[in-house]
Design a protein around this ligand. Structure first.
Ligand SMILES: [Cu+2]
Length: 117
């Protein structure tokens, strides 16, 4: 609970107060996603890139690469995903449960030197 009702956080912060993920062209970006909720699932959705799921609960995935733009994370689960910075722009990475996103569960992926102008 926050001061104004239920909040959903990433790294303990609600949008726009958290640090963005800063990337530059060609970076291989690894992100660790841990759901610390006791009851809520969080389908995390990245805009602008597809990511590969590298591990689940500390165990490397085997077999064909699992490539996604959304990954549903159940309470207590931990995933490591990675994507190649190959699509210039500023992007959002957010929970696709939209009442969670509305309550703060959104972060940004900012491309070095990118401007909309
Ligand atoms: Cu969520």
């Amino acid at each position: 609970m926050g001061k104004t009702g239920m909040i959903f956080t990433i790294n303990g912060k609600t949008f726009p107060d958290m640090a963005p993920i800063r990337i530059k062209e060609g970076d291989l970006v690894k992100v660790r996603l841990i759901n610390r909720s006791h009851m809520d699932e969080h389908p995390m959705h990245l805009h602008g890139h597809l990511f590969q799921v590298l591990s689940k609960n500390g165990k490397a995935l085997t077999g064909a690469a699992v490539i996604k733009d959304t990954l549903n994370i159940k309470p207590g689960e931990e995933y490591v995903v990675a994507f190649r910075a190959d699509n210039r722009g500023h992007w959002v990475f957010h929970c696709h449960e939209l009442h969670h996103a509305e309550a703060g569960m959104v972060t940004t992926v900012l491309w070095a030197g990118f401007s909309r102008k």
